[in-house]
Design a protein around this ligand. Structure first.
Ligand code: UDX
Length: 452
């Protein structure tokens, strides 16, 4: 099929590259000329495991190209997939890019006779596609939806694993206005044999995406709440509790009594809290939508509150063991919101850094790839903030270290490095990824989230 993808951010580009790899003819559209040039020069504008290799294959094979020219792309394709950003503004979702894309596509489709499906992939609050997008498209094109196809097809991509998640989805959700739109969208996924295709209406598709993220975020906050209870009780370790609980068949299906996905058992971990571009934004948008339509949510509201408290709890625990944080050198292991990404959006490290600096500490932030992004976030006049990509310089003479991101580089630090390099080997494991016993054997004072 001939497919236009509007927006070449992390969702749009991954979608375009992966669909091209399945044999579709894909045109990626972005208004930024430099992004378009990068793609056409086979240089990926974002870092995502496996993306660049697949992008190069698509461009070389001639079925992937980028352009700033929306009109010729829409005219020459059967489907337009909208994958523009939906940032959050004052806890409410900003739909201006979606509106602009719908308006532009609608105007292009005016006076054109070919059947074209417009598909929203961006995360949008329920009813956006079948009211706002529909109205804009109809107004701009002078046609009724039906003559133009309309679909909503959410993504479930984890940063760092986006290509893998796209190629091997758990399910493909297609919200469709009518049967014809659904059939067209189904062909987009012809090459994805193993994933169930879920056919729903437009607003249900939108709700599925929010519910999936709100559920996962709530499970994390739930784990963090249980961790807080464990911290108040001697000799209960949250890690043992969660490892056992997640072995329940309902989390972790089995075939022939063997776990289908042993990795799943690593998913639910207590720690500094969730960050990133999806969970905080989507749960807040769902809360706001719910309030707007007259329901005050309680559980997902608590999900955000618990999450906001996690970084503060880290500071409090550190203060308990150091008495004062003033002039103390603190090594912060990890700045990214999770390993294998340079993304620091909503990372718990931001709150931790700001609190430590307020309390007069000297903060040494270490991260393999996220340092430059953090520098843009923390004002340069913060003279007590230092950065490094090398953990050893941060640990040298430190009064304490905090594991904020479970990069394998940090998980593999030899316990002796903590005891020999640090002034006081106090280590706060904010991800419960480190080996407590080995560290204690090496003389490190180990403090773990969810452990008294
Ligand atoms: C998430 C969803 O997983 C994905 O399906 C959706 O489409 C987008 O949002 P992502 O934000 O990339 O993906 O990361 P994920 O791996 O889910 O982690 C999110 C945050 O939760 C991270 O900050 C992570 O550190 C934290 N987390 C995750 C925990 O604190 N404990 C856990 O057990 C798992």
């Amino acid at each position: 099929m001939k497919i236009s993808i509007i927006g070449t951010g992390y969702v749009g580009l991954v979608t375009g590259v992966c669909l091209a790899s399945k044999g579709h003819e894909v045109i990626c559209i972005d208004k930024k000329q430099e992004v378009v040039d990068k793609i056409n020069n086979m240089d990926s504008p974002i870092y995502e495991q496996g993306l660049e290799e697949l992008m190069i294959k698509g461009i070389t094979a001639g079925n992937l190209v980028a352009t700033t020219d929306l009109e010729s792309s829409v005219v020459n394709s059967e489907i337009s997939i909208i994958a523009v950003g939906t940032p959050i503004d004052n806890d409410e979702i900003d739909l201006s890019y979606i509106k602009k894309a719908a308006q532009d596509i609608g105007e292009i489709l005016r006076d054109k006779n070919h059947y074209h499906v417009v598909c929203v992939k961006s995360t949008v609050i329920p009813t956006t596609t079948d009211t706002l997008v529909k109205d804009i498209l109809e107004g701009a094109s002078g046609k009724k939806i039906g003559e133009i196809g309309l679909a909503m097809n959410p993504e479930f991509l984890r940063e760092g694993k986006a290509v893998e998640d796209f190629m091997y989805p758990d399910r493909i959700v297609i919200g469709a206005y009518d049967h014809r739109s659904f059939e067209a969208m189904k062909h987009v996924y012809d090459g994805f044999f193993h994933a169930p295709i879920i056919h729903v209406n437009l607003r249900t598709a939108e709700m599925i995406k929010y519910t999936a993220n709100a559920l996962l975020a709530t499970l994390i906050s739930f784990s963090n709440e249980i961790a807080s209870i464990c911290e108040k009780t001697k000799n209960i370790d949250i890690t043992e509790v969660l490892e056992s609980v997640t072995l329940d068949k309902r989390f972790n299906p089995r075939i022939d009594n063997k776990l289908v996905n042993p990795e799943m058992n690593n998913y639910l971990r207590a720690g500094c809290g969730f960050g990133g571009s999806c969970f905080p934004k989507d749960v807040k948008a769902l809360i706001s939508y719910s309030q707007d339509i007259g329901y005050q949510p309680r559980i997902i509201d608590a999900t955000i509150k618990v999450n906001n408290e996690q970084p503060i709890k880290i500071i409090n625990r550190l203060q308990e063991s150091l008495q004062t944080l003033k002039d103390k050198k603190i090594a912060l292991l990890g700045l990214a919101f999770k390993p294998d990404t340079d993304d620091i959006r909503e990372s718990p490290s931001i709150t931790i850094i700001n609190r430590l600096l307020e309390k007069g500490a000297l903060v040494y932030g270490v991260d393999p790839i996220a340092v430059e992004n953090m520098k843009k976030n923390i004002p340069e006049d913060r003279k007590s903030m230092f950065y490094s990509t090398d953990y050893k310089s941060a640990l040298t003479d430190a009064d304490a270290a905090i594991l904020v991101t479970s990069w394998s580089e940090f998980i593999d630090i030899p316990p002796e490095d903590f005891s020999q390099l640090m002034k006081r080997p106090i280590l706060l494991d904010g991800r419960r990824g480190l080996n407590k016993r080995a560290l204690e054997d090496a003389g490190v004072v180990y403090i773990g989230i969810g452990l008294a």
